[in-house]
Design a protein around this ligand. Structure first.
Ligand code: FES
Length: 196
C-alpha cells in the first residue's frame, strides 16, 4: 500500500527563536508553501490590458518544480549525507539529503528526521559540501565566512555572516522512495530557483 508523507515548511525569513520554532514544528502549512512558491501545474488565463478596448485573455503557463526520486529511505544511514542535484543540473543545484536521528522541521519518515538542503551558503555562495556535523545536526562552518545552519529548524542561521536560512528541499515519501518536490528559499546565485 502506498504510504505518502508530506513535509511541512517555513517562511525561512528572519531568525526565529528556538522557543518560537522548536525542532520538528511546522512553521507554514503545505498549502501556504505551495501558494507562496508558485508551485502549480495549471495553465491559467491572464487578462492583458484590463478595462480597455484592447483587453484580452491570454494563456500563461506557471513554472513547476520537478518531482525527482533521490533515494530510498531504507538505504539511508544515520548522519551519512547523500548528495543529489535539484531542481536541475544547473549552477548551485548540489544538495544533500540526511537522516539525522532527530526530529526536524520538514522532516519525513517515521521519525520525521530526514531532511534535505541546498549546499550553497546564502551569504556569498560558499560550498558547504562535507561540513555536516552529526553532533549539532548542522551544516557549516562555511569555508568563506563561517556561517553555520541548523538543519533541525529549517536551516536557520546559527552563527556567521549570512542572514537568510539555507534553502530547504521539500520532500515526499512514497513507500520507500524519497522524492524532492520543491525548494523553500532562494538558492544562492539564482533570481528564480527554476532558472538555473
Ligand atoms: S559565503 Fe558563507 S559565510 Fe560568507
Amino acid at each position: 500500500m502506498t504510504n505518502q508523507v508530506k513535509t511541512r515548511e517555513t517562511s525561512g525569513k528572519g531568525l526565529p527563536s528556538k522557543k518560537d520554532h522548536p525542532a520538528g514544528k511546522c512553521l507554514m502549512s503545505r498549502r501556504k508553501f505551495l501558494l507562496s512558491s508558485g508551485l502549480t501545474t495549471a495553465t491559467i488565463m491572464v487578462t492583458m490590458n484590463p478595462g480597455t478596448n484592447a483587453a484580452a485573455k491570454v494563456p500563461a503557463v506557471l513554472s513547476t518544480y520537478p518531482r525527482k526520486k533521490i533515494a530510498k529511505l531504507s538505504a539511508l544511514k544515520t548522519d551519512k549525507p547523500v548528495a543529489f542535484e535539484y531542481p536541475d543540473k544547473g549552477a548551485f543545484s548540489q544538495s544533500m539529503l540526511v537522516k539525522m536521528g532527530t526530529e526536524a522541521g520538514g522532516g519525513i519518515g517515521p521519525q520525521k528526521d530526514v531532511v534535505a538542503f541546498n549546499y550553497f551558503c546564502t551569504h556569498q555562495g560558499g560550498d558547504l559540501t562535507g561540513t555536516y556535523k552529526a553532533d549539532t545536526k548542522s551544516l557549516g562552518a562555511c569555508p568563506l565566512h563561517l556561517s553555520t545552519y541548523d538543519l533541525t529548524r529549517h536551516g536557520i542561521l546559527i552563527s556567521g555572516q549570512a542572514y537568510q536560512s539555507l534553502p530547504q528541499v521539500l520532500l515526499e515519501l512514497e513507500g520507500d522512495d524519497i522524492y524532492a518536490v520543491g525548494v523553500f528559499g532562494l538558492i544562492f546565485g539564482r533570481f528564480d530557483n527554476l532558472q538555473g
